[in-house]
Design a protein around this ligand. Structure first.
Ligand code: SPD
Length: 388
């Protein structure tokens, strides 16, 4: 049953150490904050009805922005970025022009510490109370007091396969016990290269999984560990065809038969192939060796021009049905406890979206990188990509 299953997920999430298309997403009244017609910004100046929102690609239900605009009269300018590194560079540079951004929690810690984000005024976000305290207490590790970030979607970095294509090129070689072998072990990548291997295009997406594969901590602070991961990666580099953070169509169309991707996007690709009535059968594998969990979060840049509108959007998103639409339409679970009853039963039952307790226990909880580790990751990933 939907609710019970979702509770199981939360129980699993408790074990963590740190940190479209569908009808029925009609927004509920979003509470007092969005009922206010305008809001003064920090300088006491009334905000113009504009929200500049910067999010990841393929990460918002189709009607959410239009519904928000209709309800509030706030015009949303929406742009996307492809990785945490890109967003972080904009925030560090300042004057990004964005009012609302979606950093991964693993980057949010240093962004908060560097003063790049604005403290939330929770009094303006009455729907904040819908958030699951269990997940918030985990995010408290990167955002003490939960003052700066609000969870958007969460998922894990994993291995995608196009089942028939992979079976065909493996030609009788059994699937490995460890799914990560498909993308990190030359014995498998050497075969799968003929049908296309895709990797996410960011150091912080690939290195933690690579580190873990070679037996090192996913968020290691030891630079030699990153070098060792780079050496492992160099061996499979000739077999990797595509680097992208938007691999949904590559998978759904059959252009890539194996990938390192986000489970949410892989499940969108699976659904898209079904909608297209193609014979491509995509699966997000849940590796027995575990995978890296991530939380993406809503945050307001320190120098945002329309922080009041950003808070109105956060409050809007935290309505139960609106939050549930992110899960129902974009395949990413949310941290809104009150949204649980609105998640479609078939999605709540999907074990690659909502991990069971046993799988969850194998997952690596989000932490954060030291600056040195981030620099090492960048250098090693750049070399890796070049070194074909
Ligand atoms: N469709 C894009 C989904 C966004 C995923 N964010 C991933 C961050 C993982 N570190």
């Amino acid at each position: 049953m939907n609710t019970k299953h979702f509770l199981a997920i939360t129980a699993g999430a408790l074990l963590l150490a740190a940190c479209g298309k569908q009808g029925g997403s009609t927004p509920q009244a979003s509470g007092t904050a969005s009922a206010a017609s305008a809001q003064a910004n920090a300088g006491g100046v009334e905000e113009e009805k504009v929200l500049n929102f910067y999010n990841w690609p393929d990460y918002i239900p189709e009607h959410m922005l239009a519904d928000f605009e209709k309800e509030t009269g706030i015009k949303v300018n929406y742009q996307t970025f492809e990785n945490n590194e890109m967003l972080n560079a904009k925030l560090v540079a300042g004057n990004s022009g964005y009012d609302l951004v979606v950093p991964g929690s693993v980057f949010a810690k240093t962004q908060i510490e560097a003063g790049l984000l604005r403290k939330l005024d929770k009094a303006q976000i009455p729907n904040y109370s819908n958030l699951d305290p269990a997940i918030m207490s985990k995010l408290d590790k990167v955002d003490p007091g939960n003052n700066y970030i609000v969870p958007w979607g969460w998922s894990y970095v994993t291995v995608a396969i196009n089942k028939k294509a992979v079976d065909k090129v493996l030609a009788g070689t059994p699937m490995p016990a460890n799914a990560w072998d498909l993308v990190f072990n030359p014995v498998y990548t050497g075969k799968l290269k003929s049908c296309g291997i895709a990797y996410l295009d960011a150091p912080s997406e690939i290195l933690p999984s690579a580190l873990r594969y070679i037996g090192k901590p996913a968020y290691s602070a030891t630079i030699a560990d990153y070098k060792a991961a780079g050496e492992m990666l160099a061996k499979v580099r000739p077999d990797v065809r595509i680097f992208t953070s938007t691999m949904i169509d590559d998978l759904a169309s059959g252009k890539a038969c194996a990938a390192i991707g986000w489970a949410g996007d892989i499940n969108i690709a699976r659904n898209r192939a079904v909608e297209n009535k193609s014979d491509v059968q995509i699966e997000a594998l849940v590796p027995s060796a575990g995978a890296i969990i991530f939380f993406d979060t809503l945050a307001i840049p320190k120098d945002a021009k329309h922080p009041g509108n950003a808070q109105k959007f956060i409050n809007y998103f935290l309505q139960p049905k609106v939050s549930a639409s992110l899960t129902n339409e974009v395949s990413y679970p949310v941290a809104n406890k009150a949204a649980r009853e609105f998640v479609k039963p078939e999605i709540a039952a999907d074990k690659s979206t909502f991990l069971g307790d046993e799988d969850m226990a194998k997952m690596v909880a989000p932490e954060s990188f030291t600056n040195e580790a981030r620099e090492a990751m960048n250098a090693i990933f750049t070399e890796f990509k070049k070194g074909k």
